[in-house]
Design a protein around this ligand. Sequence first.
Ligand code: Z5A
Length: 228
Amino acid sequence: MNEIAVKPPSGRGRFITFEGGEGSGKSTQIKKLADRLNATKLKTIVTREPGGSPGAEIMRHLVLSGMGKLLGPEAETLLFAAARDDHVHTVIQPALNQGTWVLCDRFSDSTRAYQGSLGSVPAGIINAMQRVTIGDLKPDLTVILDLPVEIGLQRAAARRGSAAPDRFEGENLQFHRNLREAYRKIAAEDPKRCVLIDANSDPDAVASRIWIAVCDHVFATPVPVAPA
Ligand code: Z5A
């Protein structure tokens, strides 16, 4: 595709989040999109949750070790919220204010899917935490990578090798099926912000689908066509 046909918007940076189940290819695709945006001379950073700032990376270690699970679903949700609060205020918001594009590997929809739909933490509690941590901040686009859970888990296991699964990778197949449904529901409920991407193809084909979504939703221009 012809990158030059894209006219970068000016002003505040844009905020794009990536969501999906295990091994759905978020890290792979976020890097591809960052490369593409940087090629259009847009200053772009890649970050992740839980983590992304020094304080939040400490929380990441806590939750992925399984320590948070021992405290119960609400307290574990508070740990994710505390990490997000630090990340938003020290990394995401300052970057957006400076005109930098922020690509984030997981964000608040992960809390809705994992702690809300699967962990049964009431929506009222999640909404209250969200008001405190992110306020009015909303992604300009959320890319939800969708693929059969068996394929995602195979990919994740192959990448992990002999290392032990973390807190969430160790959950059973039904958990991951429910997670996929939770993400599909989030996409259906907020079609202006979310786009569900078929991630069951080779990485370049998936990247092309994501680029079309970025052009449609964020650049608000027709998809650039390759010159004949
Ligand atoms: N969590 C939560 O519960 N609540 C919250 O609020 C937040 C998070 C923010 C963070 O895990 C965990 O925290 C997460 C939810 C929970 N659950 N887990 N586990 P993480 O950050 O350690 O991992 P992850 O976010 O789940 O990502 P991942 O599963 O590790 O993978 P991925 O980023 O989606 O995929 P990838 O690394 O790009 O690809 C995986 C492998 O597949 C790799 O070897 C690739 O080379 C390969 N790959 C990628 N794309 C393809 C295609 N298209 N074809 C073939 N192979 C591919």
